[in-house]
Design a protein around this ligand. Structure first.
Ligand SMILES: NC(=O)c1ccc[n+]([C@@H]2O[C@H](COP(=O)([O-])OP(=O)(O)OC[C@H]3O[C@@H](n4cnc5c(N)ncnc54)[C@H](OP(=O)(O)O)[C@@H]3O)[C@@H](O)[C@H]2O)c1
Length: 342
């Protein structure tokens, strides 16, 4: 494409602790041409997600990090502008976690698994939903809660970062499963939203003096399923309140983003686990990727029936990608953070 540039965010340095805007630089390159079997996609929306902190590292987490000078990794959705693949035509909408923080991306549809490309039906939902409730965060909430948390009707489900992309869905799916849902989040406006979408109780962890006591008060019969999005002090407070046979789903550790690559800090709960016979289960959505259509079909059905609602937090412009990402780590986002590109 002549006279069109592709603005890209490159990783400039690895952060120690929390990232800052200086960890990235923007450049502008000619728009690349797709090779055989590839498609050229113009981004309409890009996603920022907490997992990106793990990619800003030379060491492998569950997958390898971004190299210095490389385009920052991330998901996006956009329109196909050129195609060398028989199953994809210009005008189709493509979503992929391989998009990168850039305006144009060359993608390879035949890659299998999370790095692959998904064709999006714009009639089903606004296309940006494929980055939020109808995408990776939705699949996370669905399988993390239903397959790993295994909630039963009447049980109490506690979720941290409850107004966020994953958390707001976990609470609503818990309600659909017949459970009591308790939200923990860091702002009264966030907790108000959680109540509006059906959570039965809500705790502002930034305001209560004794978080473990607040969890006990909100969950007098104990916590049967703990969907842990944060680790840190919230984890410690909930773990003191597990019921007999409880399941803790360890989904994320955003509260410890400044301790990336270091051991978690806090209390140990071995004695508590013996008493409660609880299980603690690490969860990674990509282990369920082969079943993602099951989650997406049920999420669409619930959404169309008015049974789930979802809040997004939108910034405008590729210039704002670092800011959008840092908002997640600072708790400034209210709902799923996405960036509108064009
Ligand atoms: N394991 C997996 O496969 C998988 C997949 C997707 C996501 N995740 C994890 O799920 C979690 C939620 O992800 P998301 O995309 O839904 O993000 P999100 O909840 O939309 O945004 C992150 C939220 O984390 C909370 N937070 C930030 N710093 C915190 C701190 N120091 N203490 C407590 N809470 C803090 C903030 O909410 P408050 O204002 O409420 O504090 C912030 O809004 C993340 O840990 C992410 O890594 C895991």
């Amino acid at each position: 494409m002549q006279n069109v540039v592709n603005r890209r965010w490159l990783l400039a340095s690895y952060p120690k602790g929390l990232p800052s805007p200086q960890n990235w630089t923007m450049d502008a390159q000619p728009v690349p041409d797709p090779g055989p079997g590839q498609i050229l996609v113009k981004a309409k929306w890009l996603s920022v997600d907490p997992y990106m902190r793990g990619r800003m590292s030379p060491s492998a987490n569950y997958t390898k990090g971004v190299g210095l000078g490389e385009v920052m990794q991330g998901g996006g959705v956009g329109e196909i502008v050129a195609s060398n693949h028989p199953a994809w035509k210009t005008g189709d909408i493509a979503e992929s976690m391989s998009f990168g923080w850039q305006e144009w991306s060359v993608l390879t549809p035949d890659i299998f698994g999370p790095a692959g490309v998904n064709k999006i039906d714009p009639k089903l939902a606004p296309i940006e939903s494929s980055l939020s409730w109808l995408g990776m965060p939705g699949v996370t909430a669905y399988f993390g809660l239903l397959d790993v948390g295994r909630p039963r009707p009447g049980e109490t489900v506690v979720v941290s970062a409850a107004s966020g992309a994953v958390g707001q869905l976990v609470g609503q799916i818990a309600k659909l499963a017949g459970c009591r849902a308790v939200a923990i989040a860091g702002g009264d406006h966030k907790l108000q939203w959680c109540r509006e979408i059906g959570f039965d109780a809500a705790i502002n962890y930034k305001k209560v003096a004794d978080l473990a006591a607040a969890v006990k008060q909100a969950c007098p019969q104990g916590v049967d399923v703990f969907f842990d999005n944060t680790a840190g002090p919230i984890h410690d407070a909930v773990m003191k309140n597990l019921s007999i046979g409880a399941r803790a789903v360890i989904c994320g550790r955003v509260a410890l983003a400044d301790r990336f690559g270091e051991p978690d800090i806090g209390e140990r709960f071995m004695g508590q686990l013996i008493v409660s016979r609880a299980s603690v289960h690490g969860f990674l959505v990509f282990d369920w990727w082969h079943k993602r259509n099951e989650a997406l079909q049920r999420l669409v059905a619930w959404q169309q029936a008015g049974k789930i609602h979802f809040k997004e937090d939108v910034l405008n412009g590729i210039e704002r990608m670092p800011e959008a990402f840092l908002r997640l780590l600072q708790g400034k986002n209210f709902g799923k953070q996405i960036v509108k590109i064009s």
